[in-house]
Design a protein around this ligand. Structure first.
Ligand code: FMN
Length: 313
């Protein structure tokens, strides 16, 4: 039986934009909390931990209610509540790094200036990778860059000189074609893309006829979005055989993660599954480890920074 309190080590790692991950499985932004999760497993065992989005100053987030359940996932309108980058630099980041964790800092902002401010601060730390969240559907201007390839390319070029850290841009599924958006990232000097953030959706309380969320709409995550996420990863991989891709969206099992790897992802992050079971990322990493034992060709490709599509190129 799976025992989350055991120490786990993985033999099938991956390399994402030059950074070694001990397993292809990491946590997705906004769904990992150090105090809550370290009771269940050591975060250093995972491929990486991506922390909650941090903004230049503390953000309160949106009014409650901010989550609603669906038959196959969650709709959230948390709105990137966070205590700000200075608190993060004094608290979460040093604690996670002291445990030996590979850390991705997720960066939140309303504008290019906000992103630049946080990136400059993080550039001076020992964080391993930066993920720029240009795709949150729940904050002002949250998806404007992810919907406009020209604006996104300009943002990438503006942030690029501010740091030598690998910079990942997190893409939105709320676009008609994700390939031109990925192309803007690929051609402007970024190191990786991650996808997908949540789909815009809502739920209505049929007793009152009113929206359940105070924000009216929210972002849909969880098993419902997995096939769409796999499709978008596959499309980007067909267009760009070598560019690093971190996949997320509805991963609940090792099999779900394996689907993303066969679509061409270099790594997979677990989000909403951890809201139901805090130990889900390490359980899924164990399941994937067994699946990769039987797939040496895929494991070998990942271990040298390749993917399933470019493994023989
Ligand atoms: C409660 C909640 C908070 C989230 N916060 C963030 C965040 O701070 N930054 C971000 O880039 N994505 C955030 N996300 C999106 C997730 O990282 C992930 O992209 C999305 O939920 C899809 O993966 P999943 O279906 O496995 O949850 C959040 C998602 C949820 C459910």
């Amino acid at each position: 039986m799976f025992d989350a309190t055991q120490e786990y080590t993985f033999t099938h790692g991956t390399v994402v934009a030059g950074v070694q991950w001990k397993s292809p499985i990491g946590t997705a932004a906004g769904t990992y909390n150090l105090d809550a999760c370290s009771v269940y497993y050591n975060p250093a065992a995972l491929g990486s931990v991506c922390t909650k989005g941090v903004s230049p100053v503390p953000w309160e987030g949106n009014p409650a209610p901010r989550t609603a359940e669906t038959p196959a996932g969650t709709v959230n309108s948390v709105g990137l509540q966070n205590p700000g980058v200075d608190h993060y630099l004094e608290d979460d980041l040093p604690r996670l790094k002291a445990m030996g964790t590979t850390v991705i800092s997720n960066v939140a902002g309303h504008s290019a200036e906000d992103f630049a401010y946080v990136v400059e601060k993080l550039a001076k730390t020992n964080v391993d990778m930066l993920e720029i969240n240009v795709s949150c559907p729940n904050v002002k201007a949250g998806t404007s860059f992810a919907k406009d390839p020209v604006a996104l390319a300009s943002l990438v070029r503006q942030l690029r000189p501010l740091t030598d850290k690998p910079m990942i841009f997190k893409l939105s599924p709320n676009v008609s074609d994700i390939v031109p958006v990925a192309q803007a990232v690929v051609e402007s000097g970024a190191d990786a893309v991650s996808l997908i953030n949540t789909f815009v959706g809502m739920r209505i309380d049929t007793r009152t006829g009113k929206p359940i969320l105070a924000n009216v709409t929210g972002g849909v995550s969880g098993p419902a979005i997995h096939p769409m996420a796999v499709g978008m990863v596959y499309k980007i991989r067909q267009a760009f055989h070598d560019f690093p891709i971190i996949a997320m969206g509805g991963t609940s099992s090792g099999e779900d993660a394996l689907e993303f790897l066969y679509a061409g992802a270099n790594a997979v992050e677990v989000g909403s599954a951890a809201l139901v079971d805090p130990a889900a990322p390490v359980r899924i990493a164990c399941e994937l480890e067994s699946l990769l034992d039987e797939r040496p060709e895929l494991s070998e490709a990942l271990s040298v920074g390749k993917n399933w599509i470019n493994r023989n190129e």
